[in-house]
Write a protein that binds this ligand. Structure first.
Ligand SMILES: CC(C)(COP(=O)(O)OP(=O)(O)OC[C@H]1O[C@@H](n2cnc3c(N)ncnc32)[C@H](O)[C@@H]1OP(=O)(O)O)[C@@H](O)C(=O)NCCC(=O)NCCS
Length: 154
C-alpha cells in the first residue's frame, strides 16, 4: 500500500477538503465546510475557541480530512469532531480510523476530557464501533442530527 501521511491542515487545503465533504456528504455540506474552514482557521474567532484540523495525503493528494474543535457554546471539557470524511475510493484501509484517533489525541492534548460528534444516520454505527455512545443532545448546541460521544483516555 502506498504511504499515507497525516499532516496539519493548511489554508490552501480548503478546496480539496470541501470537495471531499461534498462527495461524501452533500454539495451543501461541501460549501458549509469551506466556510467553516475559513472561519475556524484563524482562531481565536468569536465562535471557535479552538480548532485543529488534519488531512491524510497519498501521493501528494488529499484523501481525507478530520479535526477537533470547541465552540464557546460547548461544555468546557467537550471537544467536537469536525468535518470528517475519506474519499470514497480510499475507504476501508484504516485511514478514517487514523484520522479520528489523531483528532482525539489532539483534543486530549489540548485538555479536553470528552469528544463528541454530530453525525448522520448512516455513520452512527461507525462511531459506535470506535467507542462512541449516544448522549443527550441537550448538552451540546447548536443542535444538528445525531449526537454521540466518548471519554478520552490517556
Ligand atoms: C466514516 C469514514 C470517514 C470512515 O473512513 P474509512 O477510511 O473507511 O474508515 P476505516 O478504514 O478506518 O474503517 C473502516 C471500517 O469502518 C466501517 N465503516 C465505514 N463506514 C461505516 C459506516 N458508515 N457505518 C458503519 N461502519 C462503517 C467499514 O465497513 C470498515 O469496517 P472493517 O474494518 O470491518 O472492514 C468514511 O466512511 C466516510 O467518509 N463516510 C462518509 C462521510 C461520513 O459519514 N463522515 C462521518 C460522519 S459526518
Amino acid at each position: 500500500m502506498e504511504q499515507v501521511i497525516i499532516r496539519p491542515f493548511l489554508p490552501f487545503d480548503i478546496p480539496a477538503c470541501a470537495e471531499i465533504i461534498a462527495l461524501s456528504l452533500t454539495e451543501n455540506d461541501g460549501q458549509q465546510a469551506a466556510q467553516d474552514m475559513i472561519e475556524g482557521f484563524n482562531c481565536p474567532n468569536p465562535n471557535y475557541e479552538w480548532c485543529q484540523r488534519i488531512v491524510a495525503i497519498k501521493t501528494g493528494k488529499i484523501i481525507g480530512i478530520c479535526g477537533a474543535y470547541h465552540l464557546d457554546t460547548h461544555p468546557k471539557d467537550h471537544a467536537g469532531i469536525c468535518w470528517y470524511a475519506v474519499l470514497p475510493n480510499e475507504r476501508k484501509q484504516g485511514i478514517g480510523k487514523a484520522l479520528l484517533a489523531e483528532s482525539e489525541r489532539m483534543a486530549l492534548e489540548h485538555g479536553f476530557h470528552y469528544i463528541f460528534a454530530w453525525t448522520i444516520d448512516s455513520a452512527i454505527s461507525y462511531y459506535e464501533r470506535n467507542g462512541y455512545a449516544s448522549i443527550s443532545p441537550e448538552s451540546i448546541v447548536p443542535k444538528e442530527s445525531y449526537l454521540l460521544a466518548r471519554k478520552l483516555l490517556k
